[in-house]
Design a protein. Sequence first.
Length: 233
Amino acid sequence: MKTMPSPLAIDAEPYPFEFQPESCALLIIDMQRDFLEPGGFGEILGNDVSQLRRTIEPNKKLLASWRKKGLKVLHTREGHRPDLSDLPAAKKIRGRSATCIGDAGPMGRILVRGEAGHDIIPELYPLSIEPVIDKPGKGAFFATDLHALLQNLGIRQLVVTGVTTEVCVNTTVREANDRGYDCLVPSDCVGSYFPEFQEMGLKMIKAQGGIFGWVSHSQAILSALETLNPPKS
Ligand code: TIU
């Protein structure tokens, strides 16, 4: 009879996360050029992209280690069909910005699938074997097949990284929590344009005994990964 290996305890708040590598996926949220690169949509809206760019190096290290151990990786991108038929009018006009989703931007049409700015930054570019979930909303489960993919892969734990902490990361963690997944969020691998939202966005996840999940530093995850054997070829 096949028995599950005992979980590895990862140092986290509010208490250690019981990591089951074979049923845990790394889910990288919206590390897209339009949110992170100077001159992109995020910066046009007046945001300080350096607050997000500091997450690139820790994500690179975590992704490299995750891949080396042969564990599952999925990526998401926020964006819309070129005809904008999946863009609610409320989302398009919200903010009353002169430039909005679907308009021409410095890296093509803003948050439109197939445009350069919509794609994932080169530093974290997905491998061909890594599913990319194109999502029209903030949460990665809304109007996507993410839940079906995770179920088919036997995944029940997620390490969630990416941007922004209080918007798409938090929404996705809440959606995942309601669907029965345990989520661990490495604080240095998620970023917000607003330092106060970074702090509170993480506190909201781990408060009340881990109401939505766990928060750690990526080093604690890297240390646990180091103890794993490499994949059988
Ligand atoms: N990916 C994501 O968080 N989308 C956003 O629009 N975030 C903002 O913080 N605006």
